[in-house]
Design a protein around this ligand. Structure first.
Ligand code: TRP
Length: 409
């Protein structure tokens, strides 16, 4: 459930539904599923094999598997990437908290979209509000991680993810029954194969990487805590299936409501913080409140997975306590998070470098280690599937290089 929590996050809510609509509806969903199956799921398995077979942190695991060479220093990259993602993700987590408080105070009642734009501009440019909410979000993340893998991360995920799921299903049922919602359903589902091109495939791959939290040691770190009898294949399949179902349900919660209100769909902050609060508050007090609680749960269950990567590394390699490690990372992320909150350019650079550069390098390294370095028999013990072994060894590296080139162009 913790892995599902890591996967299900803002990526599912503010990017997936829009991407589906823009890139050809059901046709894009099919491409997404294929990408997930032949590239992302194998990378998930590769990361998990590294974690489960070494029971170490990201750096320690790579050092053990590629010993005695300078290559092991590559192990710092995923940890750095997790740290960077944590910092800017916490800014958005902070906005969600801010918006939950506003929704509770009925702050969106009777507002127009133009007014909501002003509210968002106010929130995201007010240093005090922005930074303090980010710090609270990061602080809660750190407290869950301090409580431990079982008592903190495990327990939080076990209870909050099913609640999150129910909330989204409820909102989706509500949303598709609104008058005029049919257009939104059509936007999500009508297959338009003419929109499928190289760009759509690269977008599907990038989205599934981010959504499954790949390439930055998150899955590796969580897998390092797996028990011997727990199956990597099963865990990976369930995570990918839940993550995709959740993203599609989020689409049904969001797009029909957007179309019913006669608004052009968008992606990212403007969808979640400008369009939706206004639409949902027209439909009652409770809806925006539930929506922002859902966003907060989704964001927290992801941010704890990013923090855990860095904390596990400090605990294993620097022999510090979990409490002290969490405090140190909290303080460092607070500094970078503050910069991200105050300077939009820093936010943008952090997002770009981590998602387009570091994640890709990490995913390539993990696949190469499992495909070419670890003895085949050992890999087959952990993931008894020749098909996925072949994908990890040959298909994944080629696909990652292909996306890297597409993105650079
Ligand atoms: N998967 C999460 C989402 O969809 C975000 C996330 C959590 C993440 N951990 C990660 C992204 C590690 C990249 C790497 O929002």
């Amino acid at each position: 459930m913790a892995m599902v929590g890591s996967a299900v996050g803002l990526g599912n809510i503010w990017r997936f539904p829009y991407m589906v609509g823009e890139h050809g509806g059901a046709a894009f969903i099919i491409v997404y599923l294929i990408c997930c199956f032949i590239v992302s799921l194998p990378i998930f398995f590769a990361e998990a094999v590294i974690g489960k077979s070494t029971h170490k942190d990201t750096f320690g695991a790579i050092e053990e598997l590629v010993p005695g060479s300078k290559v092991k220093n590559i192990g710092y990259l995923p940890i750095l990437a997790s740290f960077i993602i944590l910092s800017f993700y916490s800014v958005v987590g902070g906005w969600s908290l801010d918006y939950l408080i506003r929704a509770l105070a009925g702050g969106f009642n009777g507002r127009s979209i133009a007014e909501a734009k002003e509210i968002f501009a106010g929130v995201s440019s007010s240093p005090l509000e922005n930074v303090s909410c980010m710090l609270v979000f990061l602080g809660v993340t750190a407290l869950i991680v301090v409580a431990g893998v079982n008592k903190g991360i495990g327990r939080f995920s076990k209870y909050s993810i099913p609640v999150l799921f129910l909330m989204m299903v409820g909102m989706a049922i509500f949303s598709v029954r609104l008058p005029g919602a049919g257009k939104g359903v059509e936007y999500l589902l009508r297959p338009d194969f003419s929109k499928l091109n190289g760009k759509a495939v690269a977008a599907a791959l990038g989205q599934s990487f981010f959504s499954l939290s790949l390439g930055v040691g998150t899955i590796l770190t969580y897998a390092s805590y797996m028990r011997e009898e727990e199956s990597i294949l099963r865990t990976g399949w369930w995570t990918a299936i839940f993550d995709t179902i959740f993203a599609i349900i989020a689409g049904f919660a969001i797009m029909p409501a957007v179309f019913a209100a006669g608004i052009e769909p968008s992606a990212g902050p403007s969808l979640v913080f400008e369009t939706l609060p206004v639409i949902f508050s027209k439909l009652g007090f409770l809806l925006p409140v539930i929506f922002f609680i859902a966003i907060l749960i989704a964001a927290l269950s992801s941010s704890i997975s990013m923090l855990e990567v860095v904390v596990t590394w400090l605990v294993d390699q620097k022999k510090t306590s979990r409490g002290r490690a969490s405090l140190v990372v909290f303080l460092c992320a607070a500094i970078l998070g503050t910069l991200c909150a105050l300077v939009p350019r820093v936010f943008g650079v952090c997002d770009f470098v981590s998602s387009n550069v570091l994640m890709m390098i990490g995913a390539l390294v993990f696949a190469m280690i499992v495909g070419w370095k670890i003895p085949r028999e050992r890999v087959m013990e952990l993931i008894p599937s020749r098909f996925f072994y072949m994908l990890i060894r040959h298909v994944v590296p080629i696909m990652i290089l292909a996306i890297a080139i597409t993105n650079l162009l």
